[in-house]
Design a protein around this ligand. Sequence first.
Ligand code: NI
Length: 172
Amino acid sequence: MIREVLRMGDARLLRRAAPVEQFDTPALHALLADMRDTMHRLNGVGLAAPQIGVSLRVAIFGFERSSRYPEAESVPDTVLINPELTILSADCVDGWEGCLSVPGLRGQVPRYRLLHYAGFDEFGKRVERTAGGFHARVVQHECDHLDGVLYPMRMNDLSRLAFVDVPDGVSE
Ligand code: NI
C-alpha cells in the first residue's frame, strides 16, 4: 500500500527511531511492502520507516537506474534494519541529494566517501557491505533518517540548496 510520506516540518521526522526486536513477523513484512510500494511510486532511491510515520530503524534503498539521479551508478536493492555504520575514510565529498520528505528541492551535502555498513534484512539475516560513492551517500542519507536527521541539517553551504525545476541553477 502506498503511504503518505511525511514532509520536513513534521516533528516525527526528527525523532530517533527504535530498533526492531523481532524479525520475520507479519507486521515487519507489511511495513516493508508499504515502504517498497511508496518508494517505487515516488521514484525514490531510498526510504526510511520514519518517513511514513513508523519510528523503527528500518530503511530500504537501491535502484538499477534512477530518473532522479541519471548519472549515479546502480545500488543493490537492500533492506537494512538496525544498521551500524563504520566510516572507513575521513574524506568527505560533496554531492547533490534530494529527499521524498523535502519534495521539490535538492541540496549539495558533504558525505563520507567510504564506509562499511552492517545490519539485518527482514528475515533477520545479516547484511554487510563496504560501499563508496553514491552507494555510500544513499546509506548515510537513509541512516540519518533513523536518527531524525534530514539532509539540509548536514549542509554547510545553504547557497547550494535549490529547487529541482529551476534551470541553470547552482548544480555545477
Ligand atoms: Ni530522505
